[in-house]
Design a protein around this ligand. Sequence first.
Ligand code: SF4
Length: 377
Amino acid sequence: MAGVYVHIPFCASRCSYCDFFSTLRREEMGDCYVEALLAEAALRRMELRGEAVKTLYVGGGTPSQLPLPLFVRLVDGLREGLGLDTVEEFTVEANPDDVTGEWCAGMVSLGVNRVSMGVQSFQDDILRFIGRRHTARQAIEAVDRLHDAGINNVSIDLIYGLPGQTVESWSRSVDQAVALDPQHVSAYGLTYEEGTRLWHQRERGEVIEVPEEQCVEMYRILVDKLQAAGFEHYEISNFALPGFHSRHNSAYWDETPYLGLGAAAHSYDGVIRRYNPSDLKMYIDKVMSGETAYQQEQLTRWERYDERVMLGLRTAHGVDADVLRQEFGDEAWRHFVDVAERHMALGNLEKKASRYVLTRDGVMLSDSVVRDLMWDA
Ligand code: SF4
């Protein structure tokens, strides 16, 4: 199986916490960017090695900012270039204020069967403060509209630890999310990425960070409420009703090869990682002149071991020590098991047959557990 990721680097405005690659120049560059994406698909289709495309994920940026005719041009072109008949999960990311009835109908007609929506919070004052363009009401209406249009696989993104958020208000936001009947929830702790507007505000003392122990409490509330509502906690930040795990993202975590198209997109073929430039003009110029735009790096055995451990431990499946031994040899296996047993004694890991999985307490300490298990720790 193969996955294809397509990056749409346009946003209507910039949110204060975000360091993803995107620009506000959609009107000026949207058409030629879509042509560049299709040119890149043609240039790189052999990287799929004849494997059927099972998941297609259009992310951003804000893909729902792409005007419908341009979206149609993109999907038709990809269908022609890559063959999308075998796609089982077709996800598009959207912002709530773009989700009109017309947009939903357009997505359905193109075969989109999953929408991932950046809601982030159900508090309007916080949404305004972090520069989101939508209100809580618009998010609620957008989910209803998606369901009405027949898209029955809706994912909601939330952020905890936002300035001004309290444990109580977060708890209400999680309740509100559950009440909307989504099939999937992704929730991330806020990080102050250097250079973002929010980071500068913190540097100037204009925002006060939510204390670490409150963020931990928010995460516990999230896990408890979603599990009580029937969601499976299948990855540190991801929850799904049975049968609704993100197949595309699961492929990243279990290191299935994927092809990433577009500025700033990454690809992985099992050994080599390829990175497109985070520069729109450079990307377009390169691919339109018939050249690939990526840089690449071949991971060493130990880098692959580190990735396997880091990504595996993020998931409910954990890391299978027997598989690790087969793939990376006795030395790696011995290192992993020795450190993992120490963390088991501390209550951070548990063992299920040959798999090591983070415990509930271990999830809170996942960064330090993973660091210890890495080869060059
Ligand atoms: S969070 Fe999403 S909508 Fe906001 S600037 Fe980043 S990519 Fe754009």
